[in-house]
Design a protein around this ligand. Sequence first.
Ligand code: MN
Length: 427
Amino acid sequence: MTQLRAGSATDIGRVRTSNQDQLLVTAQLFAVADGMGGHAAGEVASLTAVEALRATYKAVGGTEGLVSAAQQANRSIWEQAQGNPEYHGMGTTLVAMALVNEDGEDRLAIVNVGDSRVYLLRDGELEQLTTDHSLVQELVDDGQLSELEATVHPQRHVLTRALGVDSEVSVDLLQLLPLKGDRLLLCSDGLVRELSDVQVASILRRLADPNDAAKELVSSAKSRGGNDNITVVVVDVLDDGDLPLAASGALESDPGIHIPSPLPPERGGESDAGGGSRATGRFGRLHHDPAPAVPKRRAITLRVVGFVVLLVALVGGAGYAVALYARGSFFVGLNNDQLTVYQGRPGGLLWFSPTVARQTQVRTGDVLPSRLSDLRTGKEEPSLGQALGYVSRLKAEKAQLAQATATPVPTTPVPTTVAVATTLPHP
Ligand code: MN
């Protein structure tokens, strides 16, 4: 029987006027949610998320129950936002972790939406388990931005996914076999904004009591700036139950488990290529130490369960596209000098809304200057496809003109005035 012990702490920080973070600590379910929205909306979103999560998980349980609970949390927030103009556009991040028993063994199931994080401290090494759903993370994944540049990027707080901003959401799911001595950290971005991984790891290693560690993390982040609400949950694995193995570290070091496990067949259809490739990278990082002796039974278990990361696609692509079309909420704007398709409305009320639907490789230099005014204001299109079509047309238009002016045939006059933008479509 796996035994856990948790500690937690939260603080408003030094700058914000309200604490929109929420945390949940029960015997087997843990969560952190970081709400966003004007007035009280952010608090409503994160509180709704945590309460819906708890209620749904209690009713269903298990890994599937955890994913359902995150989806239910999304729906609860979305529905409240639809029914109340004050809450329109509110949303929240969510990381949640549950101790589940499946196929006769204890596992930690973790779900993530947004940029709150889950870290694992194992054998003194800190690893980030979750991948942020943020614009800068996408740029880093794309190789357009280094990890260091990402930490100071002006749009580092722009999320590409959050709970409550749409009727459906994709939830990242991963599973971990807990080992005695593991320490898991769930936190809002207010922690990692102020403290480096090295500082976080140092505190987690130094303080054995999870409550002490949680309090020290929060007070340390606050004293180093406290620019945002800070929330942490620290969960220790006191006992991993089934196997009395002394050197647990060796368990994860079978070179065989570098190969990501095949997805359980019933979930294969839901997996996503993007999520899968990230899983591979993360898997590799987690299990990097080569070591000789590996207890066979456990190694096989790890190979089967491995460190499975599933991107749960909730709805078929077609249905999703139709739903988005019906909402008619895409627009083409500028992200620095790159044409970018956003979901939401130009000048959305919240910092995370609109979200980036597609970053194109087309730059302002590739389109006619006369189009820049529309782009700065945000050119609305009913679907992602049509928004991308608009981008292609702008590019073709400029290319055509360049061709036309290069040959000495008379062309129709084109406007060359550059309209001056008033505001950017997004902060
Ligand atoms: Mn935050």
